[in-house]
Design a binder for this molecule. Structure first.
Ligand code: 6R9
Length: 690
């Protein structure tokens, strides 16, 4: 273990400001290092960092919460605004008891995020800088685009969209894998003021349909197929299925722009619907490489992204333009200590929020060079990531704990075979990173030299909320450390009272930040209920969190019915709905269970229709049902036969008990006396390995 242990932080200069919760940490005296290993930034790293000391952080943080308007407008002024925002930099109401929830930043400011990502960087002399390095699934398939070339591509797509009748405020669904065309299409939408809704290309036709029905896109952009590892997935078939079903439900999509992904499937083999489908390669290149920008209000919508909640219906998280732009740009710069020379690679897919904020917008707003990888991280073998790191001289590598754990299991040789000398900052997102995985990432991948930014945030928050600033302060493996500028996290108890000092409870946020989502598409009521009613006055994250005596934050996972599988959010109800749509399934209850690689696995208790016998085939067809209805990533790891489910007298399933049975913590079942029929529990235990 190469960690640098320290006895105290007395070596750090003291002199912190007046923000009590942070003082304990920032001032060395009260640091309880005996409990956790502390990992100090190296001297060289700290010296060159944007935020080089706890004091510097504290100074900036203090201003950001005491004078948010001043802090954020100074930063916003570094971007291009056709017209400056109004008198009031922001306005907010986060208290349901005082009226509707309302958040606005930079209102009446007129800008365009695509212009700020591309034109602005080109105008400042970076036109020839590489914007995107694209690495295909196969080793020898790659390509790159400079900022100028990227703008040209974006303009062609934007012109096509306009020509197809897409106007400001219209929605475009993008169902694409990690081709360059994915960020290109996102930027093209932004350029003309259209609202993109990227649907992860691992979602099933059923899930795509649900999203089409909800946001009614003018057009769908897809490709014929994709190669992931050794598998070829026919995306066009999935789109066809969703679109023909949507027509039956009264929603017809005029146009389906389809990119021919030649390496996966030939044009000739692709099913085609004349009049609706258009080949990308046949139309897009014919359009002009310039396209005037549609200037939009800071509060005009930028995108919709569906995420799982605790009910079956996905939530359309809506982000607007101005605040999101400033927030993603700023968080990217500070949390990764971004510098002009950096080569940045984030392994996330643009189908998730991480791919929106930290593959596309955040990095490009900073004029960064971004690596986009089409394939899976362990293809053709577990060394692929480090091969890519060496190939492009990646300096910042941002990934998920699930990948770290799976590569860790495959052994160090796959890592040490490659140089990785270029790396200087590592990042983690999606779920809590276990201290052991953190250490492996730090010691083996980063050669004990690269700080790790363990970034806690959500689809809803738009950007990082609690994250280390590399170089600023010592890290504790597994802790997301401290809030980003302008973010005021609070931990509340059951009653919604803030708890101070060392504690654990529900993680909420006091007052707004520029990147916050503004509503759930078409359902402001649900927005208020889900996020603001549980603890009036606060945004409730749905996560549990504890704070140690040094003020470090430790995320403990979801406290609602959301499971986090390999960093993907899946609602238990979504999986249950898919299971019960199987004709032989009478009832289902799904819980999360610890999983070595995925973080959480999906564990399903299934009650069959009277008289249907248990069988291995039935198990398989139940799993298939979920794969088809949601996507392969949501497939249950275990189907546990349940003659009946443990329910209270009022009919509520007691998930607490199911969680214990799933985890085989049978001596911790707790009180089962309130069950309508306590003998159900023994029945379930008897069938645990059936
Ligand atoms: C960015 C993203 C959000 C949920 C969130 C939490 C979990 C994400 C985390 C983390 C601990 C981290 N989560 N990052 N938990 N430490 N660094 O993942 O967004 O898909 O909306 O998921 O993921 O439970 O509530 P999203």
């Amino acid at each position: 273990d190469h960690l640098r242990h320290v006895d105290s932080m007395a070596t750090l200069p003291s002199g912190a400001g007046k923000i009590p919760e942070l003082n304990a940490v920032i001032l060395g005296e009260s640091l309880a290092s005996e409990e956790h290993d502390l990992v100090l930034p190296t001297h060289d790293f700290a010296q060159q960092a944007h935020v080089s000391s706890p004091q510097k952080y504290l100074e900036m943080y203090k201003r950001s919460v005491e004078d948010p308007a001043g802090f954020w407008s100074d930063i916003a002024s570094e971007f291009y605004w056709k017209k400056k925002w109004g008198q009031q930099v922001y306005s907010e109401n986060l208290d349901v008891t005082k009226g509707n929830i309302n958040i606005e930043w930079f209102k009446d400011g007129i800008t365009n995020i695509c212009y700020n990502c591309l034109d602005r960087n080109i105008d400042s002399g970076n036109g020839d800088k590489i914007a995107i390095h694209w690495e295909g699934n196969e080793r020898d398939v790659d390509g790159s685009l400079t900022y100028t070339q990227l703008l040209e591509r974006v303009c062609q797509v934007a012109n096509f969209l306009k020509d197809s009748g897409v106007k400001k405020g219209d929605t475009v669904i993008i169902y694409l894998p990690m081709l360059m065309e994915l960020p290109i299409t996102m930027l093209a939408c932004a350029r003309i003021g259209a609202v993109h809704s990227v649907v992860f290309a691992g979602y099933s036709a059923e899930s795509l349909l649900q999203r089409v029905m909800d946001c009614k896109p003018k057009i769908v952009v897809t490709c014929n197929a994709v190669r992931r590892g050794n598998k070829v997935i026919n995306l066009k078939d999935i789109v066809d299925a969703a679109l023909s079903e949507s027509i039956k439900n009264g929603i017809s999509v005029d146009s389906c722009l389809t990119y021919e992904n030649e390496s996966a499937m030939k044009k000739e083999d692709t099913k085609w619907k004349k009049g609706r489908d258009v080949w990308w390669q046949e139309v897009v290149p014919n359009y002009s490489t310039t396209c005037a920008v549609e200037w939009v209000d800071a509060e005009d919508p930028l995108f919709l992204l569906y995420t799982s909640g605790s009910t079956g219906k996905p939530k359309g998280v809506l982000h607007t333009t101005g605040g999101y732009m400033i927030y993603t740009a700023t968080t990217f710069k500070y949390a990764f200590d971004y510098k002009e020379f950096d080569i940045y690679w984030c392994t996330a897919d643009c189908g998730w929020i991480t791919g929106h904020s930290y593959v596309t917008y955040g990095p490009l707003l900073n004029g960064a060079t971004v690596v986009v990888y089409e394939g899976v991280p362990n293809y053709p073998d577990s060394g692929r990531c480090w091969e890519i790191v060496d190939k492009y001289k990646v300096t910042i590598f941002y990934t998920a704990p699930t990948l770290v754990r799976s590569l860790m299991r495959d052994g160090n040789e796959y890592v040490t075979r490659y140089s990785r000398k270029s790396l200087r900052v590592l990042g983690s997102v999606g779920e809590p990173i276990n201290p052991s995985a953190w250490r492996w990432f730090y010691n083996v991948v980063g050669d004990s030299r690269c700080p790790i930014s363990d970034t806690w945030w959500q689809t809803e928050t738009g950007g990082f909320m609690i994250t280390p600033l590399p170089g600023a302060w010592p890290q504790k493996p597994g802790s997301a450390t401290f809030p980003f500028f302008g973010v005021q996290p609070v931990i509340v108890d059951e009653k919604g009272s803030e708890i101070e000092g060392e504690c654990s409870g529900y993680l909420c946020v006091k007052s707004s930040w520029p990147g916050a989502f503004r509503t759930l598409y078409g359902d402001h009521e649900r927005y208020e209920t889900t996020y603001f009613r549980a603890f009036p006055g606060y945004y409730f994250s749905g996560d549990g969190c504890s704070r140690d005596k040094d003020g470090y934050h430790w995320l403990t996972g979801r406290v609602d019915d959301v499971i986090n599988v390999s960093g993907h959010r899946i609602g238990t109800t979504e999986v249950e709905s898919a299971l019960v749509s199987h004709p032989q399934c009478a009832e289902a209850a799904v819980v999360g269970v610890e999983h070595e690689v995925k973080g959480q696995g999906i564990y399903a208790f299934v009650t069959l229709v009277e008289g249907v016998p248990y069988s291995q085939e039935l198990r398989k067809s139940l799993v298939l049902m979920v794969r088809n209805q949601i996507g392969a990533f949501a497939a249950p790891d275990k189907i546990h036969w349940a003659p009946s489910l443990p329910k209270t007298r009022s009919g509520k399933i007691m998930r607490r008990i199911l969680r214990k049975i799933a985890a085989r913590q049978l001596d911790e079942l707790g009180d089962t006396s309130t069950l309508a029929d306590p003998s159900v529990v023994d029945q379930l235990i008897a069938l645990a390995d059936a």
